[in-house]
Design a protein around this ligand. Structure first.
Ligand SMILES: Nc1nc2c(ncn2[C@@H]2O[C@H](COP(=O)(O)OP(=O)(O)OP(=O)(O)O)[C@@H](O)[C@H]2O)c(=O)[nH]1
Ligand SMILES: [Mg+2]
Length: 342
């Protein structure tokens, strides 16, 4: 056999062997309804990566303008300390800081030569003690989003998906609120806005089944981030507890360590009610961080300090509107500067 004939045959054999090898090494494909397009995604980075957000400074300045007024004139020189502290406590209460935290802050500044500087320090210390940025770990990083009706869960999930996509990450959403009519479509609309896939089942389906399907899809497609929506009913705490426990269990079975983050969404305009919600969800859902929404509204914002002080929970994100990019990382220093400018 001449070289002119033998060489192409040899090359052909190698190509066939290579293709057979690639097929054998490729990941398994799911059959059934989840067998959709497999999108190639870049390998997960080994170290947790912070997710970038525009600075919160201007948003805080605008959102806290009314609350800032409450403190204006409080620290004027020559004022009797007792009187100043009484006025400070009242201002803190009106700012939604809550009785316990307000009393703690007043104690922390009592006797200090510069009350305003001492208050700034005391608030910053409380916020920094629990500060923890939103990070993503090895793929798929699973985020479960919980909170009462109307707090802004689904909207926050949409914004978060947009943020992750902007950072070059692949995202999949699970429509785990199968309780409320329209909740599934609402998440699908956000999925379209952010350009990410939404795994959904019919209304009334067990939320744990949706979580299961989404986690399987996330694993199979090697997406970086999976975010799961949940129903917001609180009136039946036992049902909520059982449902969330089951969702958590299912996620952990499919993806080790999942959910890696449980974000509690609180409506900042609820003031002190947000604190009682935080208490319930912290106990039943293993919350790792808070998203405070509607800070652009009538909210006073002081609840941020109470969440840190009374619940040892970091506020990780704040919602400042209803659009895709109306989400900011919480920044304690910027918050203090907006509340009590030097
Ligand atoms: N102004 C403002 N509105 C917000 C913000 N976040 C959410 N909303 C609005 O709050 C309303 C409720 O938001 P959803 O995302 O549907 O709340 P949810 O927690 O998913 O509610 P359920 O599905 O009923 O449990 C919607 O009208 C949102 O547009 C925010 O940061 N600012
Ligand atoms: Mg919702």
């Amino acid at each position: 056999m001449s070289v002119a004939v033998g060489l192409p045959i040899l090359v052909g054999v190698f190509v066939l062997l290579y293709l057979a090898f690639r097929k054998a090494m490729s990941p398994p494909q799911l059959s059934g309804p989840l067998d959709m397009v497999v999108r190639p995604t870049p390998p997960a980075s080994p170290a947790p990566a912070p997710v970038v957000s525009p600075p919160a400074t201007n948003a805080f300045l605008a959102a806290l303008s009314r609350t800032r007024e409450l403190f204006a004139g409080l620290f004027d020189r020559g004022r009797d300390e007792r009187e100043a502290l009484e006025a400070l406590e009242e201002a803190l209460l009106r700012a939604d800081v809550g009785a316990k935290t307000a009393a703690g802050l007043v104690d922390a500044v009592r006797g200090k030569p510069d009350l305003k500087a001492a208050l700034r320090d005391a608030i910053r210390t409380r916020l920094e003690r629990v500060a923890a940025p939103l990070i993503t770990g090895p793929a798929p990083h699973v985020i479960l989003v919980v909170g009462v009706n109307g707090s802004g869960k689904t909207t926050t999930i949409g914004k978060l998906a947009g943020r992750f996509v902007g950072a070059g990450k692949s995202v999949i959403l699970g429509a785990g609120d199968t309780f409320r009519a329209g909740a599934i479509e609402q998440l699908q609309v956000w999925g379209q806005r952010a350009g990410v896939e939404v795994i959904a089942a019919a209304e009334g389906t067990d939320p744990a089944a949706v979580a299961h399907q989404t986690a399987e899809a996330a694993k199979l497609r090697r997406v970086d981030v999976m975010i799961c929506d949940t129903a917001g009913r609180l009136q039946a705490q036992k049902v909520l507890m059982d449902e969330l426990a089951k969702v958590r269990r299912v996620l952990g079975k499919i993806i080790p360590g999942a959910p890696h983050e449980v974000l509690l969404v609180l409506d900042a305009t609820m003031g002190q009610n947000a604190l009682s919600q935080a208490r319930i969800f912290r106990d039943v859902a293993g919350v790792t961080g808070v998203v405070l929404t509607k800070l652009d509204g009538t909210a006073k914002g002081g609840v941020v300090i109470a969440i840190a002080e009374e619940f040892d929970l970091p506020v990780k994100l704040v919602g400042i509107g209803e659009k895709l990019d109306d989400l900011r990382d919480f920044d304690g220093a910027a918050f203090v500067d907006a509340l009590l400018p030097v």
